[in-house]
Structure formats: structure tokens, C-alpha cells
Design a protein around this ligand. Structure first.
Ligand code: CDP
Ligand code: CDP
Length: 226
């Protein structure tokens, strides 16, 4: 790889394959993977623990002064998240987190806090980062921007398979409803909404296998390094 630091931005809706594709591309090319959604999830987990209630009042969620969030991209290609040193990688994947995350990701102070953190994490390495606003807000000058998409049915099916593989009994109808609601929230927030940057490469993965998408993304990134 060339010496220049490379920034790859991957955006798209829930279940479009952002994290699995980005992690694999990171492993193959030698980039550091950063999961921006995990930061919003970690904050949601923290606030749910702290207030032990459904997150509603927007006033108290600005208080992030007593937390330190960190992330490690492990050698096996997995990504671990920590809050004040506690490993919460599993906990943040709970359905309850996705049910409450909208209030957190709608908050502009929280978005600014997360964006600053993400940019700091990216200072040292060539990175691939996935999320909703990476190519539009966090890294508008990214070397390459990729927007992954898929139909809501396919995305719900993928997520349901994932939960079932982890031994969780889920109803596909509930997953589809939750994904559709999150799409709506993610597409409509005034700051950092899910949007394809005009210069992003759009990939509809509805009918593509994971390996086909990985191959395509790896090829696109590899062209940068020639
Ligand atoms: O994995 P999944 O696509 O379900 O979601 P995620 O990437 O873990 O993101 C969870 C939530 O965090 C999203 O639905 C957004 O509300 C929020 N998020 C965001 O607002 N901006 C980002 N850059 C990443 C995530
Ligand atoms: O990060 P995001 O929510 O966009 O999606 P993901 O967590 O990477 O992918 C959701 C699930 O779909 C994972 O279990 C992937 O292995 C699977 N997947 C798939 O079956 N086919 C694809 N083309 C991409 C992802």
C-alpha cells in the first residue's frame, strides 16, 4: 500500500451489509475498520443503564462527560466496543438498543461528540468506516465513498438469520417493522441523515452474495492504491 493515508467511507441502511463487507475488505487490504454505528449503540446502552427507562427527554442525553468510549479492530476481523473499559460488544447488538437509538442519533450534541471521536480514531491509519453520514458529514473528502443498499425484505431476512444464528428467537415481521422505522428515522433527521453522497459508488446488494459484494468493494479500493 502507498504511504498516503486512505479513507474509505461506507454508508447505507440497516442490514445492507456495511459492517460485514467493511470488516472483510479491511482484513484483505490491511485497513483499520471503524464502526460508527457501534458508538451510537454504546451511548444508547449507557443511557439506558443510567436512567433505566425508555429514552425520551432530550435534556439529559447531552451529558457524555463521564464516559470514555473505545473500539478495537481485532486480528480475527471482529470489532470490540468498550465504555469506561467495559466490553459491551454483545450488549449493544440487543434489539432493545435499536428500539431506543433514534433519540440518541437525533441529538446534535451527541452527533458532534461522535464525529469528533471518529475523526480522532482515524488520524493514525488508513481506515474503512461505516455508518450513515460518513461520506457526507464525517469524511466529505474521503478517497472513496461506497453506498450499499438492498430491499427492506432482504435486509430484514439477513438480520433475522443473524439473530437466529446467535440463538435468539425473532419474528421476521418485527424485524422488518423495526428496520423500516429506523430507515424512516435515519432518512429524515435534520443533521447527519442517511443520504447517498453524489460522488459515492452505489451498490444494490439485493441479489448479490456477500462474497460478490466483498469482491466488488475490494476491487474498488484496490484501484486507489495503484
Ligand atoms: O448495523 P445497523 O445497520 O443496524 O446499524 P448501525 O450501523 O449499528 O447503526 C445503528 C444506528 O446508529 C442507526 O440506525 C442510526 O440511528 C445511528 N447511526 C447514525 O446516526 N450515524 C452513523 N454514522 C451510524 C449510525
Ligand atoms: O452493517 P449492516 O447493518 O449494514 O449489515 P451487516 O451487519 O454487515 O449484515 C447483516 C447480515 O447480512 C450479516 O449477517 C451479513 O453476513 C449478511 N449479509 C448477506 O447475507 N449478504 C450480503 N450481501 C451482505 C450481508
Amino acid at each position: 500500500m502507498k504511504n498516503k493515508r486512505i479513507i474509505v467511507a461506507v454508508d447505507g441502511p440497516a442490514g445492507s451489509g456495511k459492517s460485514s463487507i467493511s470488516k472483510e475488505a479491511a482484513k484483505q487490504i490491511g485497513l483499520k475498520y471503524i464502526d460508527s454505528g457501534a458508538v451510537y449503540r454504546a451511548i444508547t446502552w449507557y443511557l439506558l443503564q443510567k436512567y433505566n427507562t425508555k429514552l425520551n427527554p432530550k435534556e439529559y442525553i447531552n451529558d457524555l462527560s463521564d464516559i470514555a468510549i473505545s473500539q478495537i479492530f481485532n486480528i480475527d476481523g471482529s470489532c470490540s466496543s468498550f465504555i469506561n473499559g467495559l466490553d459491551i460488544s454483545e450488549e449493544i447488538r440487543d434489539i432493545k438498543i435499536a428500539d431506543n437509538i433514534g433519540v440518541v442519533s437525533d441529538n446534535i450534541q451527541i452527533r458532534n461528540y461522535v464525529n469528533k471521536l471518529l475523526r480522532e480514531w482515524a488520524l493514525e491509519n488508513s481506515i474503512i468506516m461505516d455508518g450513515r453520514d460518513i461520506g457526507t458529514v464525517v469524511f466529505p473528502d474521503a478517497d472513496i465513498k461506497i453506498y450499499l443498499d438492498a430491499s427492506v425484505d432482504v435486509r430484514a431476512h439477513r438480520r433475522a438469520v443473524e439473530y437466529r444464528e446467535k440463538g435468539k428467537d425473532v419474528d421476521i415481521k418485527d424485524i422488518k417493522k423495526q428496520i423500516a422505522l429506523r430507515d424512516k428515522q435515519d432518512l429524515s433527521r435534520p443533521f447527519g441523515c442517511l443520504k447517498k453522497s453524489p460522488d459515492a459508488v452505489y451498490i444494490d446488494t439485493t441479489k448479490m452474495t456477500k462474497n460478490e459484494v466483498i469482491q466488488k468493494v475490494v476491487n474498488l479500493i484496490s484501484k486507489l492504491q495503484i
